[in-house]
Each structure stands twice: as C-alpha cells, then as structure tokens.
Design a protein around this ligand. Sequence first.
Ligand code: UDP
Length: 269
Amino acid sequence: MLKPNIYPFMPPRKPIYEGKAKQLFEGPEPGTLIQHFKDDATAFNNQKRGTISGKGVLNNRISECLMLRLAEIGIPTHFIRSLNMREQLVKAVQIIPLEIVIRNYAAGSFAKRYGVEEGTPLGQPLVEYFLKNDKLGDPLVSEEHIFAFQWATTQDIDDIRLMALRTNDFLCGLFTGLGIRLVDFKLEFGRSFENGMERIILADEISPDNCRLWDMKTGQKMDKDRFRLDLGNVEDAYREVARRLGVLPTEAETAAQGKAEKPDIAPAE
Ligand code: UDP
C-alpha cells in the first residue's frame, strides 16, 4: 500500500522496509531506494524505546557527510545523493546479515564481556562480527561460523575487513581533528549488482546512533549511550557532532523542515 508522504510536494511512495530508526521506500529509478531517518530510538535489543527530537535530520546529515568522505578515499558506499532533510537516495543492496563492529577502546557490552574497564585502549583495532538477528539478540559469531552457515564467503569477508579497517583508520583521523575519540562503531555491508557486476559496498548509516564518540577534552559521551544510559542532553550531543563536522542545519532549514513535516493541508490518502 502506498503511504502519504510527509513532504506534501512529493508523491506517495511504496514502503519497502521499516527498521528501528530508519524506513526504506522504493526509489525513483530501478536499483535505488529512499532511506528515511526517523527520530525513534531503541536500545538493549528493543527493550528501551524512545524518541530523540530532531535525531533523524542530524543523522541524515552526519551519515551523508561521512559516506561522501569515505567515497573520496575509495570506499564504495550506497549513498547517491541527499533528497531532503530526512531522506537520501541510496543504491539498493542485498544486505549481508552481519553487523561489523570495529573497536579501538573497550566499551559497552565488550567491556562487560571481557571484564575490562570502559576506555581501556586496545593493542590494535578489533573487528567483531554479530549475526543480525533480533530474536537471537544478535549473537557474536566467528569467521568460522560465517563460512559454515554461508552468510558470506571468504572473499566477502576479506573485502569487508579491509574496508572496515580502512574506514576506521580514516574516521579515527577525521574525528581526532574534531576533538572526538572514535571508541567503536558498527557497519553494515551489502551486495550491489550494477552493470552485471557484483560487489560489496558500505550500506546503512554512520552516525552517533551506531558509533561511540567521546569528547577528547571532557570525556563526555556524544552518542546513543546518552539515550541508553539516560544521561540526558541526547539531541545536544548529536547536534554538537554535526556542528563539528560542519553539517549542522541552519535555523532557516530547521524552520522550513518543521513546516514541511506539519503541512497546512493534510496529505491526500
Ligand atoms: N551497535 C549498533 N547496533 C547494535 C549493536 C551495537 O549500532 O545493534 C554499535 C554501538 O552503538 C557501538 C558499537 O556498535 O558503537 C559496539 O556496541 P556493543 O557491541 O558494545 O554493544 P552495546 O554495548 O551497544 O550493546
């Protein structure tokens, strides 16, 4: 069923998939999708739910900025172009059912699992794989599991590891320049089929929803842990990340966005 668009000047479009923080719609051309960023937030495998006002707009901007910078250094990504404050056009991919977590410091579930203090630096960047399966609570899996269950091939994992570590290298440098420590983050990759060629590209998003970002001076958390741990000022932290990246929406853009989301005329069913 077609859904009315919150942007009254755009036609209704076909929803493809609704996740926790994002929604995907059919794109205007074959092989494309519209990725819509919501303000909804969940944590602890959906046990905690909430809304962070303005988060979708900020994550759309932050993810666009980081994906574009990564493309510049040769990491293939699904990002095509920004459509509006909450939406971007992306390449349709077949998602590989793995969450790739790259860690530079111990934090979160990792610090608990291995009994190390949050913030302990790791001897080298660590790549971990989790099966994308909410019912099973996204269990940690090894490369052996990945090959035995045929979730990905050895070549896929070689490509994914290389791209994940290159992304980590680049983002660590970029965030350090902004006074932010990249503690850990999660990536998702997908199979793209273009011009008869199959290749693995970076998909999903890179934002404070799936990174741990700590202010280097104060140690303050600037990411979703503020929501997970009820630390308050969640939106301010996301805004500060966007500000340091130079992509904070202006007041005029925010006002125009508010108007587009609350149209005077209700969109047609
Ligand atoms: N992460 C994510 N989605 C998940 C699980 C983790 O984006 O479903 C991110 C999380 O924000 C953090 C990194 O991956 O930046 C490592 O998270 P961890 O495995 O420590 O899990 P958590 O402590 O968040 O449960």
